[in-house]
Design a binder for this molecule. Sequence first.
Ligand SMILES: *[C@@H]1O[C@H](CO)[C@@H](O)[C@H](O)[C@H]1NC(C)=O
Ligand SMILES: *[C@@H]1O[C@H](CO)[C@@H](O)[C@H](O)[C@H]1NC(C)=O
Ligand SMILES: *[C@@H]1O[C@H](CO)[C@@H](O)[C@H](O)[C@H]1NC(C)=O
Ligand SMILES: *[C@@H]1O[C@H](CO)[C@@H](O)[C@H](O)[C@H]1NC(C)=O
Ligand SMILES: *[C@@H]1O[C@H](CO)[C@@H](O)[C@H](O)[C@H]1NC(C)=O
Ligand SMILES: *[C@@H]1O[C@H](CO)[C@@H](O)[C@H](O)[C@H]1NC(C)=O
Ligand SMILES: *[C@@H]1O[C@H](CO)[C@@H](O)[C@H](O)[C@H]1NC(C)=O
Length: 347
Amino acid sequence: MTLLPLVLLVCVAYMNVAKCISNNATFRYTQFKETLVKINKCSNSRNIVAPFIVSTERECLKACIAEQTCRKVKLCNGRRCTMYSDGENCPERQTLNQCKCFVKKKSCTDAGCSCQIGHYGNNCEKVIEDCSHGSQLGYRSVSSTPIKLSYIKPLMSAEPFEILCDFRDSGMTIFLRRNHNCIGVDFNRTMEDYVLGFGDSNFEYWLGLEKLKQILLNHSSYKLYFNIWPKPYHTNRACNRKYEGFRVGNASEKYAFHVSNGVPTNFDCGESILGNMSINGQPFSTYDEDSTDEGCATSKGCGWWFITNGISGCTAANLNGGHGNITWLYNLTGLSINILNAGVVRE
Ligand SMILES: *[C@@H]1O[C@H](CO)[C@@H](O)[C@H](O)[C@H]1NC(C)=O
Ligand SMILES: *[C@@H]1O[C@H](CO)[C@@H](O)[C@H](O)[C@H]1NC(C)=O
Ligand SMILES: *[C@@H]1O[C@H](CO)[C@@H](O)[C@H](O)[C@H]1NC(C)=O
Ligand SMILES: *[C@@H]1O[C@H](CO)[C@@H](O)[C@H](O)[C@H]1NC(C)=O
Ligand SMILES: *[C@@H]1O[C@H](CO)[C@@H](O)[C@H](O)[C@H]1NC(C)=O
Ligand SMILES: *[C@@H]1O[C@H](CO)[C@@H](O)[C@H](O)[C@H]1NC(C)=O
Ligand SMILES: *[C@@H]1O[C@H](CO)[C@@H](O)[C@H](O)[C@H]1NC(C)=O
């Protein structure tokens, strides 16, 4: 089987849909783009309704057009249609199904355009700078599904990129997402990887020190949040930890970590960032550029702002550790972390 007939088939299907839509006065303009299907056991993307059976690809795309909150659809075996409210690529647990993924770029009616999450403006031409900006514009998440895949474009970034946003309250831009239930992303990586970022916004990721800097650059002050779901644990709630005045140094300072102070929260995780193993002022270390005097990045198997000298143990918070080794020593001693969001909120 060659690729060419497949590609043509998709194009024909596209054109049929486009034709069908332009014939309908309700839809002035709609555009789908075929994106990727990614195999993993977990997904940060939200189904709108349970998957349903269709007889044609067109029917699946039409269902997405008819549903205002639909941002993308996944079609498996040409029959099973799943509509999602966010995201670029489609998650799929199994390798067996033949699946395709289509993103609705925007859909305009007489009432205006509905845009991909993060895009706004009369013609969806603008992109939010960070998730706090989205919250200011009225984006909202609910506590049952607090996180959403969104695009952001910090002022200093050339292109928009996909990221997880928590649009509750002031909006949190998540730069580190861990999920123990996923097929693991390897976090034992080089400095170059930690600078550029790795992983996938659908599953687990480290956004990258350069992008994190871009987010922090053009607004005076950011809070740093950790939302942690340990396992095993006495409740399903996350505990939280909050710091004010978060910034990271430049590349020649090895992206050193700085916060001004910690702030107690309602369900506090405890102090594993400052305290007696404080990482304040510490440079970022990886196994190939380790600033510590005891090879912390190599022994912990990940990059982090490890303590450079004087205190054994390297860090009280090992949030980039391998699955089963994601830990927050004080006061979650002996518990490994199942799910974690680390993010920044504009002050
Ligand atoms: C045209 O729009 C109407 C109203 O939204 C809808 O019921 C109908 O299914 C649409 N027709 C096509 C061909 O999409
Ligand atoms: C953003 O910050 C950078 C670095 O401080 C500065 O050069 C740039 O002019 C700022 N851009 C805007 C639009 O404020
Ligand atoms: C990095 O920051 C330090 C301290 O603010 C400054 O002295 C240095 O010039 C900066 N280096 C670069 C390459 O921007
Ligand atoms: C951590 O310790 C603090 C202070 O003792 C306590 O208030 C908080 O509830 C503890 N957090 C958890 C998640 O056990
Ligand atoms: C560091 O602080 C934690 C929590 O406050 C405490 O349990 C621990 O014993 C302290 N460790 C040292 C070496 O002082
Ligand atoms: C991390 O990778 C480095 C380089 O491959 C290796 O030397 C080290 O043992 C690894 N650490 C862990 C904990 O797996
Ligand atoms: C977790 O840490 C232990 C002890 O350092 C190590 O033996 C194990 O390989 C690590 N597991 C993963 C998945 O990194």
